[in-house]
Write a protein of this length. Structure first.
Length: 169
């Protein structure tokens, strides 16, 4: 956006801003699916995947990619200069890694941290993927998928509107 002026070049084509931003988000989700398929293949060799339920991880990874792609676009739209881009990382991404259940079980965290974790989308994505990997499909999986869908439905329009304002001057 700043140095290569890629978005400005795309805006010079017949594409409109909404199509460009949606394409960026969908490309992020596609990369998530590619990474997921590669990881499923690799961990399958170690016998750590419960098929066929684990195949549901692939569409869930696309949904997670949409959610996080939309959040990334929100941050891109809100952060004024590239020098300030580390703020979302420290205020959003780092707490998600610490409290999202990726590295540490949520049960071992203090109660306040468990409450914070329920707000974060990574917590739900981790719970859904972990359950599906073990062959479980229960109400927690459905709740996690619904949370990610609602999160995506809220962040995607916000990202589209804010990026349109940023791109169209």
């Amino acid at each position: 956006m700043y140095y290569q002026k890629t978005f400005e070049a795309m805006m010079a084509t017949p594409l409109n801003a909404e199509e460009i931003i949606t394409g960026e988000i969908v490309w992020g989700a596609t990369k998530a699916v590619i990474g997921t398929v590669i990881m499923l293949v690799v961990i399958s060799f170690f016998g750590l995947v419960s098929y066929p339920v684990a195949l549901l991880i692939i569409p869930v990874s696309f949904l997670g990619g949409i959610a996080f792609g939309a959040v990334g676009m929100c941050f891109t739209a809100l952060v004024k200069t590239i020098d300030l881009f580390n703020l979302p990382v420290f205020l959003f991404v780092t707490p998600m890694f610490l409290f999202g259940g990726t590295f540490f079980p949520l049960a071992g965290l203090p109660v306040w941290a468990q409450q914070v974790a329920l707000i974060l989308p990574l917590t739900h994505l981790v719970n859904v993927v972990r359950a599906l990997n073990y062959g479980l499909f229960n109400s927690d999986v459905v709740i996690g998928i619904v949370y990610l869908a609602v999160f995506s439905l809220l962040t995607m329009p916000f990202a589209l509107s804010r990026m349109q304002r940023r791109l169209i001057k």
